[in-house]
Design a protein around this ligand. Structure first.
Ligand code: GCU
Length: 350
């Protein structure tokens, strides 16, 4: 009898031991897998929308996804940002307007579009302003760049970070642009931007404003003879299929801004705002790296698919540059001091 009692007690002790061990293992697993498992399950306090008009695999979209992922992890699942790529939320100018009223929370937009609402933004996208990419980044990463992020406030937006969009060049459907005379009389698609339209007209072409999503059909249907953009957009939107002559004139570098609606910003605590700013800046560095790789890849893919590259000789580039000088005074006459500082920054060695 006593033996049976001892055995029972032994079992009891063992069971308690096994249960305790199980509990320890389970809690260790919960700690180990906490972030990933629970972020999915956790009901977020905020679910925000992020609008992006590029394809899923495009550097700016990948930057947006990185941003959303970092924000979710660093706010422990309190803030979830849903990235809508491929322009499904609308054209950039509509997005900007909706953001003023809080209809969309976040976006990455081309400065050309933003400048239609905040005219001083034109300063940072003037034709032939920067000598190269290093020059532009010296400006955007410095005091001028920070000040211009703040100007987003003039239209009810918060400027979070700068994304790269490289340099823009002309491409045409039926005949190449090899000199200034070639562009004369051509119908060229431009963004919905008055300054870009004037720039193209100053070169002797007629400007046609068309939204990004409709450029392919505009070229295909012959509404325009050509367009202008960077290598990744040219390749990603398949513009090379309908405009195979790519003239490397690099007339503009149009940076892109990651923005947040002030209406959304007002809902957030100081701590969350700081997390968002930090993640935006980090995602921008990530995007810049992806951009450099994509620029080369896109150029090579387009060439393999049949694009013909025309390098504009230096003296011809100077003629293009001289022809567009009028837009400096017309659009940015009040900001000549900042323009001088930007030009000065080009003379500094890295
Ligand atoms: C670039 C830019 C887009 C913009 C487009 C355009 O691709 O990244 O945001 O819409 O130019 O030419 O409209």
């Amino acid at each position: 009898m006593k033996d049976m009692e001892r055995e029972r007690k032994g079992w009891k002790k063992n069971r308690i031991g096994i249960l305790a061990a199980l509990l320890i293992i389970l809690s260790a697993a919960a700690i180990l897998f906490w972030p990933e498992q629970n972020l999915e399950e956790r009901v977020p306090e905020y679910v925000f929308t992020y609008a992006e008009n590029q394809a899923q695999d495009y550097p700016t979209t990948l930057g947006a996804m990185k941003f959303a992922e970092m924000v979710e992890v660093r706010t422990e699942g309190r803030i979830r940002i849903l990235v809508y790529a491929e322009g499904v939320k609308g054209a950039e100018n509509d997005i900007i307007r909706q953001m003023k009223f809080g209809g969309i929370d976040f976006a990455r937009v081309s400065l050309s579009q933003l400048a239609e609402y905040i005219p001083e933004m034109n300063v940072l996208q003037l034709p032939y302003l920067y000598l190269d990419s290093e020059h532009m980044w010296r400006v955007l990463d410095g005091e001028i760049g920070i000040n211009f992020l703040d100007y987003a406030g003039d239209y009810g937006l918060v400027g979070l970070s700068w994304y790269d969009a490289g340099a823009r060049s002309f491409y045409t459907a039926h005949r190449p642009i090899t000199c200034l005379e070639d562009i004369e009389g051509m119908r060229i698609r431009v963004q919905e931007s008055d300054m870009m339209a004037d720039m193209v007209e100053a070169l002797g072409a007629s400007a046609v404003k068309i939204g990004y999503a409709d450029v392919y059909s505009g070229l295909e249907r012959g509404l325009v003879d050509g367009a202008e953009n960077n290598w990744p957009s040219y390749e990603s939107m398949n513009h090379d299929e309908v405009a195979r002559y790519f003239t490397v004139d690099e007339h503009t570098r149009v940076p892109e801004m990651q923005i947040c609606s002030e209406k959304t910003w007002e809902k957030l605590s100081e701590e969350d705002r700081n997390i968002i700013l930090e993640c935006a800046q980090e995602s921008a560095l990530y995007e810049r790296k992806l951009w450099q790789e994509r620029e080369n890849d896109s150029k090579h893919s387009a060439i393999l698919r049949g694009a013909e590259v025309i390098e504009l000789p230096a003296e011809e580039k100077e003629r293009f540059q001289a022809a567009v000088q009028g837009v400096y005074e017309k659009y940015c006459g009040d900001y000549m001091d900042i323009i001088d500082q930007i030009i000065e920054a080009g003379k500094v060695e890295d």
